[in-house]
Ligand binder design. Structure first.
Ligand code: ARG
Length: 407
């Protein structure tokens, strides 16, 4: 593939900016464009319609892939195992899709002979970092460009270009928000949300109904095997099916609405609204099952690993050595994370009401205050004596030097 050396592989959404980018890149760089569209459950148009539009806009090849199961099994499952919540609140909706899309961009570059990868991100966000760091972490020989950032493809230029070349794409529809969505959730920013005192209006939401007026409570049993969700209400299902069903059921209860000012990697604080019903339910259920099945010290240490894992993924380091090592640690903790968690979904909240596991470390006879108690309370006296000894010695010294706690 000798001509392959001058081809650009473009992450194509089917929307205005990336449709114009096809011709724009060819004009600005003299290179042919291969469009790549990856279905991660963002909904909307059929992949074949998107494929045809890419070709109609001048792409020499169009690669489309339904990657929804791959996304669920290889990206959402690790996120569930690591209870991933950036800044304690954001389940990494966009951050998880970028490495998968990057992988398919590299695959297309290899298949059709491309030396450069292009994406539609601006120069201010996290996603440009995630794409480019992922791509060069998989394929260090590839170059990256972002037409909006590097080739002056502004919104006005895009509208003029599309009209002038009669591209088969709507140029009048103006969405007040910037939205990214997939099967793990939806991220909404810009517009009036940039004033962080402004409350989100109803039209911001799409995956969730208003939790103020919920339907009757919905009880769900979620079964995990070694940290992987495998069944709902006793019915075996794929991870994708579980996520889709929980999005419907928890979404109907208004679960998973998040309003946060977050720290982007590029140093900007930004206000984002998220909707992630299934993510909130699954991570809460998984965390509770870990409470039942993980040994205390392993559980405490894992919390720190989970935190770092989430930061690395947020920061675009999915394919990095440290992230891979943390994956190995997280996987090693999941050996006994099997069992079922029962939750009530209602009015914006997912509440755990029961758990059962054959690999549980919960021992009724140790925990009970009823008769049959097997815990020898007489041992606690000596334990506390020694456990508190070093702090007691320090307090006695403080008292000698007149620095005891003033009462
Ligand atoms: N701030 C989020 C992140 O960095 C979401 C970005 C997605 N884009 C959007 N238009 N809301 O992961």
């Amino acid at each position: 593939m000798s001509q392959g050396k001058d081809r650009v592989v473009l992450a194509y959404s089917g929307g205005l900016d990336t449709s114009v980018a096809i011709g724009w890149i060819q004009e600005q760089t003299g290179q042919e464009v291969i469009a790549v569209a990856v279905d991660v459950g963002q909904g909307g148009e059929d992949l074949q319609v998107i494929r045809q539009r890419a070709l109609d806009c001048g792409a020499v090849e169009a690669y489309v892939v339904d990657a929804r199961d791959e996304f669920a099994n290889d990206y959402l499952v690790p996120a569930i195992k690591a209870n991933s919540m950036y800044q304690g609140r954001y389940p990494l909706v966009s951050a998880l899709s970028r490495p998968l899309i990057s992988k398919h961009l590299v695959k297309a570059a290899r298949q059709f002979g491309g030396s450069t990868v292009a994406h539609g991100c601006t120069g201010k966000g996290n996603d440009q970092v995630r794409f480019e760091v992922s791509i060069t972490s998989i394929a260090p020989d590839l170059k990256c460009i972002a037409p909006v950032r590097d080739l002056a493809l502004t919104r006005d230029v895009a509208i003029d270009y599309a009209n002038k070349h009669s591209l088969p794409i709507e140029t009048t529809k103006h969405n007040p928000f910037s939205i990214d969505q997939n099967v793990w959730g939806r991220a909404i920013e810009t517009g009036f949300l940039e004033d962080i005192w402004n409350a989100p209006t109803k039209d911001v939401y799409n995956y969730t109904d208003d939790p103020t007026y919920p339907p009757l409570p919905d009880e769900v049993e979620i079964t995990f095997e070694q940290g992987v969700p495998v069944a709902l209400d006793g019915q075996k299902k794929s991870v994708l099916e579980i996520v889709q069903e929980l999005n419907r059921r928890a979404g109907a209860q208004g679960i998973g609405r998040i309003d946060i000012v977050e720290d982007r990697l590029v140093g900007i604080k930004s206000r984002e609204i998220y909707e992630a019903p299934a993510a909130i339910v699954l991570i809460n259920a998984h965390e509770e099952l870990e409470n039942v099945t993980l040994e205390r010290e392993q559980a405490r240490f894992k919390k720190r690993v989970d935190l770092r894992w989430g930061e690395l993924v947020y920061d675009g380091q999915w394919f990095s050595p440290l992230k891979q090592s943390l994956d190995a640690f997280v996987d090693s903790t999941q050996l006994y994370v099997s069992g079922t968690v029962r939750m009530t979904l209602h009015g914006g909240r997912a509440v755990v009401t029961g758990r059962k596991s054959d690999t549980s470390l919960y021992d009724f006879n140790l925990a009970t205050y009823e008769t049959g108690d097997t815990f020898d309370q007489s041992h606690s006296r000596g334990f506390i004596e020694i456990y508190g000894l070093s702090a007691k010695q320090a307090a006695a010294r403080d008292a000698r030097f007149g620095r005891g706690l003033q009462l």
